[in-house]
Write a protein that binds this ligand. Structure first.
Ligand SMILES: NC(=O)c1ccc[n+]([C@@H]2O[C@H](COP(=O)([O-])OP(=O)(O)OC[C@H]3O[C@@H](n4cnc5c(N)ncnc54)[C@H](O)[C@@H]3O)[C@@H](O)[C@H]2O)c1
Length: 430
C-alpha cells in the first residue's frame, strides 16, 4: 500500500470502445466513477441510459447509472476531486501515416489545471515507447509538481477485445508500468478495483512496448498467413486445410487466418507507431514494414481474384453486379475503421462494377463520394448478383441459405467450411 490514502474516485477520459467498459468495471469494483468525453452527444446518450457500443447494452448503462456512483460530463473540473484519471482517447495516424498524439496532448493539457497532490494519471491509449515519459510527463511537470512524490504517472495498455465473449476487462490480466516505482504501486492499487490480475513491469516504457509487441505479433503472423495463402494458390493447395491440420500440433504452433486485409483501430495502426519511433532512431523495423506491405496489399489481391473468378464464368468486373457481405473490420462488431471492405468496394466500383453491400450492423456506408444503403438480403433475390463476396462473416448471416440462393460465392473467411463440399461448384475460397 502507498501512503496516499485509499483510492475512491476515478475519472475515465474518453467514453469510447475502451473507456466505457473500463469505467463500468471500476464501478463494479466499488469506486465512484466520472466518465468524461469532449463529445457532448455521447455524454447525453449515456446519461439518458443508452449505449452506442456493441458490447455495452442500454441495460448495462442503466445499471451503472442506478448505482448513483457513475457521473457523466463533458467538463474536466471534477478532476480536481478524483484520486486517479485514466486517459482512453484515440491514437490514430495522420494523413502522412505518422502517430497523431493530438488527442493525448489535448487530454493531458486538460488535466494540468486540476493536477493535485496524490493524483494518479494513467495513459491507456496505445502509443510508442517513450510517450508517457517524453510527451505526458513534461506537461504535468510544468505545474512544478514532482512525479513519484506529488503526483503519480503510469502507462497501462488496454487489451480490450471488442466482441470477445470470453475475455473482458476483469479476467484479462493488466500490465502496468509507472514512471517511478511509487507510481507503479499506486497504479496497481487502482487497477485492483477493475481486474483480477495486475502485472507490474519495470517502467512505463516497458508497458508501452508490451502492447506493441502483442499487436505487432498479430500483424506479422497475419501477414505470414496471408503470404502463405498467395503461395498456396500458386501451388494449388487449400490454405484453410493446411491451417486446420497444422493446428493439431499441440505445441509450437498458433493458428492465424488469412483474410481480405487488416482493419480496426489497433492492428493496422499500432505497429506503425513503433516503426515511426524507430525511424527517429535511424532503425528500420523490417518485420513491421513487410507485414504492413503484405497486409495492405490484400484488398487488391481480393479484387484481382474477383476478376479471375468472373472471367472463369465469361464475365468481367465492369458491368457485373457484386454483393459484399459484411463491411465491418471483424465479425459481429459495428466498427468500420480501417475496414478492408471499403477498399474492396472502392476498387471494384472504380473498375466499373455495380457494387451493393449488406451488413446488419451498418445501415449506411460512405465509399469514395457515394453513400450506399445496406441491401436487405432477406427480401430480394440474391440470385441476381453475378458474385457474392463474403468479406466479414457476421454470425447472423445464414450462410447456407445465402450460398443456396446465390449464383457464385467468393468466401474470404472460410465461412462456408461446413457446407463447402455440398456446394463446391459455386464456392471459391480465398
Ligand atoms: N477499440 C479497441 O478495441 C482498443 C483496444 C485496445 C486499445 N485501444 C486503444 O485505446 C485508445 C482508445 O480507443 P477507442 O477505440 O476507445 O477510441 P474511441 O474513438 O472509441 O473513443 C475515444 C473517445 O475519446 C474522446 N476524446 C477524444 N479526445 C478527448 C479529450 N481530449 N477529452 C475527452 N475525451 C476525448 C472521443 O470523443 C471518443 O469518445 C486508442 O489508443 C486505441 O488504440 C483500443
Amino acid at each position: 500500500m502507498s501512503n496516499e490514502g485509499k483510492i475512491e474516485k476515478v475519472a475515465v477520459l474518453g467514453m469510447g470502445y475502451v473507456g466505457v467498459p473500463l469505467a463500468i468495471e471500476f464501478l463494479k469494483g466499488g469506486l465512484q466513477v466520472w466518465g468524461i468525453d469532449k463529445d457532448p452527444e455521447k455524454i447525453s446518450i449515456l446519461n439518458s441510459g443508452g449505449s452506442y457500443l456493441d458490447d455495452i447494452s442500454d441495460t448495462d448503462v442503466r445499471n451503472a447509472l442506478a448505482t448513483n456512483r457513475f457521473y457523466l460530463t463533458d467538463e474536466y473540473g471534477v478532476l480536481s476531486r478524483v484520486d486517479a484519471v485514466c486517459i482512453c482517447v484515440p491514437t490514430p495516424l495522420t494523413k502522412l501515416q505518422e502517430p497523431d498524439l493530438s488527442y493525448v496532448i489535448e487530454a493531458v493539457d486538460n488535466i494540468v489545471p486540476y493536477l493535485h497532490k496524490g493524483m494518479l494519471v494513467v495513459l491507456e491509449s496505445t502509443t510508442y515507447p517513450g510517450t508517457t515519459e517524453e510527451v505526458v510527463l513534461p506537461r504535468l511537470s510544468r505545474t512544478g509538481m514532482v512525479v513519484g512524490q506529488d503526483f503519480h504517472l503510469a502507462f497501462s495498455p488496454e487489451r480490450y477485445d471488442p466482441g470477445n465473449k470470453k475475455f473482458g476487462i476483469r479476467n484479462t490480466p493488466k500490465v502496468v508500468g509507472g514512471v517511478t516505482s511509487q507510481c507503479t504501486t499506486r497504479a496497481i492499487e487502482l487497477y485492483k478495483y477493475a481486474v483480477d490480475t495486475v502485472v507490474p513491469v519495470s517502467n512505463a516504457r516497458t508497458a508501452e512496448m508490451v502492447k506493441l509487441l502483442e499487436n505487432t505479433f498479430r500483424a506479422v503472423n497475419i501477414a505470414l498467413v496471408n503470404e502463405m495463402t498467395m503461395i498456396c494458390e500458386r501451388l494449388n493447395i487449400d490454405i484453410w486445410e493446411v491451417i486446420e491440420s497444422a493446428k493439431t500440433k499441440p505445441f509450437g504452433f498458433m493458428p492465424f487466418y488469412p483474410g481480405p486485409g487488416l482493419g480496426g483501430h489497433c492492428i493496422p495502426v499500432d505497429p506503425v507507431y513503433l516503426s515511426w519511433k524507430m525511424k527517429t532512431l535511424n532503425y528500420e523495423a523490417r518485420f513491421i514494414e513487410l507485414a504492413r506491405s503484405i497486409n495492405s496489399s490484400m484488398p487488391r489481391y481480393i479484387v484481382e481474384k474477383v476478376g479471375d473468378i468472373l472471367n472463369s464464368v465469361g464475365k468481367t468486373i465492369r458491368g457485373s453486379n457484386i454483393l459484399i457481405l459484411g463491411v465491418t473490420y471483424k465479425r459481429d462488431v459495428s466498427d468500420i475503421r480501417e475496414s478492408p471492405a471499403i477498399d474492396v468496394i472502392s476498387m471494384l466500383t472504380n473498375k466499373g462494377a455495380e457494387v451493393s453491400y449488406s451488413d446488419p450492423h451498418i445501415h449506411r456506408l460512405k465509399v469514395n463520394d457515394s453513400i450506399l444503403d445496406s441491401f436487405p438480403i432477406q427480401e430480394r433475390g440474391l440470385g441476381n448478383f453475378d458474385l457474392i463476396i463474403i468479406v466479414t462473416d457476421h454470425s447472423s448471416f445464414d450462410i447456407e441459405w445465402i450460398v443456396k440462393e446465390g449464383a457464385l460465392i467468393f468466401d474470404t473467411r472460410n465461412a462456408t467450411k461446413d457446407i463447402y463440399e455440398k456446394y463446391r461448384n459455386k464456392i471459391i475460397k480465398l
